[in-house]
Design a protein around this ligand. Sequence first.
Ligand code: XMP
Ligand code: MG
Length: 179
Amino acid sequence: MKDDVKKVLLSEEELHAKVAELGAQITKDYEGKNLLLVTVLKGAVVFLADLMRTIDQPAEIDFMVVSSYGSGVKSSGVVKIVKDLDINLEGKDILIVEDILDSGMTLDYIKGMLLDRNPASIRICALLDKPARRKVDLQADYVGFTIPDEFVIGYGLDYDEKYRNLPYIGVLKPEVYSV
Ligand code: XMP
Ligand code: MG
């Protein structure tokens, strides 16, 4: 697995330090609130697992599975819910925990959908942000790292469902994509 990695973009140490920083900020901001961490599977599970343990406030978690409609989806951002949240959102302070904010279209759609369910508030926490690729006016309220427009893997992020279990975030060698 390691042999496929061209370079390490963010080491385990850098990731853990940043996650702790985000957790401390979220702990402050959500004092006395009804925090619900919402994660869209699968990329953000590693980030969620680390982040939730740095939040020193009562917090619920819930998961969603979505799939894209047809093949042109990447451009429309319209998604189909494969598995919906179990928890009723009314009165909850939702924090969507995302691995990476890219075009922003998927998250923009999901955020709109969750807003219709009358939560008390809704914010986004993205570990990574690629602002160069944004297609909609959407910003994360908490961002770990702003990164250049390179395809990244590891710490939950995949290429063809692989490399999610790498403990750091890296960039693959070009030959991995071409075989
Ligand atoms: P949007 O709608 O913001 O979609 O374009 C973001 C989703 O796209 C995936 N994505 C990546 N996955 N490495 C990955 O493994 C990347 O560099 C990358 N860029 C975007 C990811 O699933 C994210 O939730
Ligand atoms: Mg993916």
